[in-house]
Design a protein around this ligand. Structure first.
Ligand SMILES: [Mg+2]
Length: 334
């Protein structure tokens, strides 16, 4: 298989595999549950083994939208998130059984008024719902020949849709850049160098807790739903292990928001090691795996991925890009 295709497939199925591995121990305290060694059933929603949760449902909504529109269409993405919540579209159980606070609020607000006015207040909350679903955006961005900076911008645009938070956008942008690097063949050392250079930049004060994160011991890693903590937990699991399997088990055995830490880890490690680096048994036992691999292949065919203010529900985009990073002052395809 072509190398890039293997990596695209790895990133998307890795997300679903990590989600399903963590599902049974979501909300549990590290060390207080039987160590996860593979798929099992259970969890707060009592799902069969290999079934995934909101993380993968949202990623598939996003993927479907990109494939249908061959661009980033803010309205279509939100329509699909609404259908997931209302009708169970892309749920593993045909019903929406789990939705994060910020996402629930944004989607219900969208139902009342799809347009975000220019004076909309940024929110303080920065949950991990914006980063858990990211892989389709990065795959389409790479497939259509975007560079890493543009890819980070697309990551931020996709985050803002449900998380109108400066921190959530930035951390999703950083993670998007790392996912780009993992898929396109950067080494772990190169990724580590980038993370530490970002941490040492005072402007990125929100990721100060990532200082020397690779040297932290397990007690210092916080498996919370805060996007900064979740991404750190996933990066720590990735950087301190040497195979998809080893890192995935380290990630989900942190407990807490285990399924989402698994999904964030899974996209990155799946992109890095490729489909061929993920245990076959895990791929074959994950729900809907054939269709997920097919979706990754369709994302790999996206050639014209773009974003324009006409496809944005954020009115601020009419006068330039509305996402928050002052580094990104030029426009995308306006
Ligand atoms: Mg979940």
């Amino acid at each position: 298989m072509e190398k890039l295709q293997d990596k695209f497939r790895g990133a998307l199925i890795g997300l679903a595999v990590g989600d399903a591995l963590g599902m049974p121990v979501e909300f549990q305290t590290r060390g207080k549950f039987e160590e996860v060694k593979g798929f099992s059933s259970g969890g707060p929603f009592n799902l069969p083994a290999g079934y995934w949760t909101d993380d993968t449902s949202m990623a598939l909504c996003l993927a479907d939208s990109i494939i249908a529109k061959q661009k980033y269409d803010s309205f279509d993405v939100m329509d699909r998130y609404s259908r997931w919540i209302r009708e169970g579209y892309r749920s593993s159980t045909e019903k929406c059984f789990d939705v994060g606070n910020q996402i629930s609020k944004s989607v219900s607000k969208y139902g009342q008024n799809s347009i975000i006015p220019p004076d909309e207040q940024r929110v303080e909350a920065a949950g991990n719902g914006c980063v858990m679903r990211l892989a389709p955006v990065i795959i389409a961005s790479i497939a259509s020949g975007k560079d890493v900076i543009n890819t980070e911008r697309y990551a931020m645009i996709s985050a803002r849709e449900t998380h109108y938070s400066v921190v959530a956008e930035h951390v999703t942008g950083i993670f998007g850049g790392l996912l780009y690097m993992a898929i396109t063949g950067s080494s772990k050392d190169e990724m580590k160098e980038l993370i530490y250079s970002l941490v040492s930049d005072k402007k990125n004060h929100y990721i100060q807790s990532w200082q020397k994160f690779i040297e932290k011991n397990v007690e210092e890693i916080k498996p919370t739903g805060y996007v900064v903590d979740t991404v750190e937990a996933a990066l720590w699991s990735f950087m301190t292990t040497s195979s998809f399997e080893e890192g995935a088990l380290r990630a989900v055995n942190l407990g807490g928001d285990a399924d989402t830490i698994g999904a964030v880890y899974g996209q990155l490690a799946g992109g890095y090691y490729g489909l061929s680096g993920i245990p076959k048994e895990w791929i074959e036992k994950s729900f809907m795996h054939d269709e997920i691999l097919n979706i990754a292949d369709q994302l790999a065919q996206v050639k014209t991925y773009s974003f324009s203010f006409r496809d944005s529900r954020f009115e601020i985009d009419k006068s330039g890009p509305g996402y928050s990073d002052e580094r990104y002052t030029d426009k995308i395809n306006h």
